[in-house]
Design a protein around this ligand. Structure first.
Ligand SMILES: CC(C)(COP(=O)(O)OP(=O)(O)OC[C@H]1O[C@@H](n2cnc3c(N)ncnc32)[C@H](O)[C@@H]1OP(=O)(O)O)[C@@H](O)C(=O)NCCC(=O)NCCS
Length: 172
């Protein structure tokens, strides 16, 4: 099932040679401002190596690269929950800014969520974009996710309190 072939390339496992492309594309305020603080700015070689180290220790692996035949251009993954939430997972993703606006993430989020339901035995996958992240909300709608709510004052990012949207997709 992995790699997943796509028109632009593939969704595939991360690999050590991805470090330079990962740093080049992830070291971008326009990306990091819409992500968790665990996705730092500036994004250094040490950050990339630490991330690939985490992925290398994952079992099963749940974080993957979005890649053209030439290079990694983004990431997508899920974080699984515990206890009574163990059939649910949060999905997160980012794309390198030069590749925005071509439909890449809409396509990737749909393919990856369908893969993840199957691969990890999930019932529910959700995502939580910050207020104002219209592109990500649109990605989720196009990938079959439904808006379930708006969590007011749920985030502090770069010193600002933000609302967060809750989008979810249930396994068919
Ligand atoms: C969000 C992100 C992944 C979108 O990826 P993308 O490949 O450019 O998205 P797509 O090309 O599939 O576009 C999805 C939709 O959003 C729309 N869109 C894109 N940018 C937009 C913007 N700035 N304002 C309004 N709509 C926008 C597109 O027009 C498209 O909708 P349409 O098909 O109805 O026209 C990318 O912008 C990104 O990596 N952002 C930073 C990190 C991030 O936000 N991650 C998600 C955290 S929840």
């Amino acid at each position: 099932m992995m790699p997943i072939k796509t028109p632009y390339g593939s969704i595939r496992p991360w690999d050590a040679p991805d470090v330079p492309a990962l740093v080049r594309h992830a070291n971008n305020r326009n990306v990091s401002m819409r992500m968790r603080d665990a996705f730092p700015f500036p994004y250094t070689i040490a950050d990339a190596n630490a991330f690939l180290g985490i992925v290398a220790r994952q079992s099963p692996v749940t974080f993957f690269a979005i890649a053209t035949p030439d290079e990694a251009i983004g990431g997508i993954g899920i974080t699984r929950n515990a206890d009574v939430h163990r059939l649910t997972a949060e999905m997160g993703y980012w794309l390198a800014e030069p590749f925005w606006g071509r439909g890449i993430m809409s396509e990737t989020a749909r393919a990856f969520s369908d893969f993840a339901f199957e691969a990890f035995g999930l019932i529910r996958i959700y995502a939580e974009p910050y207020e104002g992240n219209i592109a990500s909300c649109r990605v989720l709608e196009k990938a079959g996710f439904t808006l379930e709510g708006r969590m007011r004052g749920n985030v502090i990012k770069d010193g600002r309190i933000l609302d967060q949207y809750l989008y979810a997709k249930i396994r068919e």
